[in-house]
Design a protein around this ligand. Structure first.
Ligand code: 13P
Ligand code: SF4
Length: 320
């Protein structure tokens, strides 16, 4: 049993975790930020729920003393980059990301050396080290705006998500070389099952995240970030949606538009929950309670690295 599991096992079972979290949140002057891919019960206790961009902005703007990030490591690290004086805690340090892992800083640096005339745009799903080697950071909600801000004749290296990169290159017609990373959740969706669902529900609209493979995106009625997909299901007026992103977001969809039906797109494999992000789902009420109680695990960062990672982040945030 790992140290964190042992701490979880030692929690007094008679404690009301929600009451304890509330007490500690106030006592610590903490803000709880949660991504849409968290469990519904975690989304419901957060001060801010959002996509990666909204959460980075909330982290930058908070005047709380402690930022408890219910998301994955690169998100908590981003919070530290934009707001270094705060204590930033992540309930489980093992909450990583397959995209971030696919693109270590030194490999991006080597790729950059091979293409010195290119501008490097990195998706926010990457480590601080990788950010530090990038000219721009983007999220799925502002990626187009970031690409449009780069002079049209400038070629682009895009890392680490090849699916988001391919979709952006098609949308903008830009010359982009793509790092070959992908998200283990979004590459899991089955085209065959999507075709079956579409014929069974002919009026259902397909809402997809651009991290999905092109085979899935070709059927999408709407492609966008988690917040954009959520807005679409709330405002488009349709009544049935096939949701091609991590299924945690359906919690907010049901709250925002309870009259519609949301069908999570199944993964290729049978009997697996592969449309749930295993990293995001490491966060639990127990670990949130422990993180607030002990103010750990903390995100710490070398000052020089932070300054370098901040430059492309600020360029992005300045776009609004
Ligand atoms: P957004 O919330 O920015 O759409 O990103 C989704 C994601 O994969 C987060 O890890
Ligand atoms: Fe990373 Fe994919 Fe999980 Fe998002 S859903 S944190 S991109 S592995």
């Amino acid at each position: 049993m790992g140290a964190l599991d042992a701490k979880v096992a030692a929690i007094d079972p008679t404690l009301d975790l929600l009451d304890e979290i509330e007490r500690l949140r106030k006592g610590r002057n903490a803000v709880i930020l949660a991504h849409y891919y968290q469990e519904g019960e975690i989304q419901d206790l957060a001060d801010h729920i959002g996509d990666s961009l909204q959460l980075a902005q909330a982290a930058r703007d908070t005047d709380a003393d402690v930022i408890l990030f219910c998301g994955v490591h690169f998100m908590a690290e981003t919070a530290k980059i934009v707001n270094p004086d705060k204590v930033v805690i992540l309930p489980d340090l093992d909450a990583g990301c397959s995209l971030a892992d696919s693109c270590p800083a030194e490999k991006l640096a080597a790729w950059k050396t091979l293409h010195p005339d290119h501008v490097v745009v990195s998706y926010i799903n990457c480590s601080a080290g990788t950010k530090a080697h990038s000219d721009w950071i983007c999220t799925s909600s502002n990626a187009r705006r970031v690409i449009d801000a780069i002079p049209p004749e400038t070629p682009i290296l895009f890392a680490p998500d090849r699916n988001l990169g391919a979709w952006l290159s098609k949308e903008t017609g830009r010359d982009m070389k793509l790092w070959q990373g992908s998200c283990i959740v979004h590459e899991t969706f089955s085209e065959r099952k999507l075709i079956e669902l579409k014929s069974k529900h002919p009026f259902a609209k397909v809402a997809a995240h651009p991290e999905c493979e092109p085979e899935i995106l070709q059927y999408a009625d709407h492609i966008g970030s988690t917040s954009s997909i959520l807005r679409y299901t709330k405002e488009s007026g349709h009544k049935q949606f096939i949701v091609a992103t991590e299924s945690g977001i359906i919690h907010q969809m049901e709250k925002a538009n309870p009259d519609a039906e949301y069908i999570p797109l199944p993964p290729k494999g049978d009997n697996c929950m592969c449309n749930e992000c295993p990293f995001m789902r490491l966060n639990t009420l127990e670990k949130i309670y422990l993180a607030l109680r002990d103010l750990e695990p903390r995100i710490e960062m070398d000052g020089d690295l932070r300054q370098k990672a901040l430059v492309p982040m600020e360029r992005m945030l300045a776009l609004g």
